[in-house]
Write a protein that binds this ligand. Sequence first.
Ligand code: SF4
Length: 62
Amino acid sequence: MKVSVDRTLCYGSAECAHRAPTVFAFEGGYGVVRPGREDASDDPQVREAAEKCPAQAIAFVE
Ligand code: SF4
């Protein structure tokens, strides 16, 4: 599973970057997955960030 952020949903709260800073960054007003960290979908901090994203913009895809 790969983690991704849907920019059409993200409204830039930056919470993901605070909850899982090794995987998410905040750039240009959006949450982004750091390059090379797309495979971190099993990280509990990433799961929590996804659950608590207020826009439900963090997705897990095969
Ligand atoms: S927590 Fe959600 S809405 Fe906030 S920056 Fe991250 S992806 Fe965007």
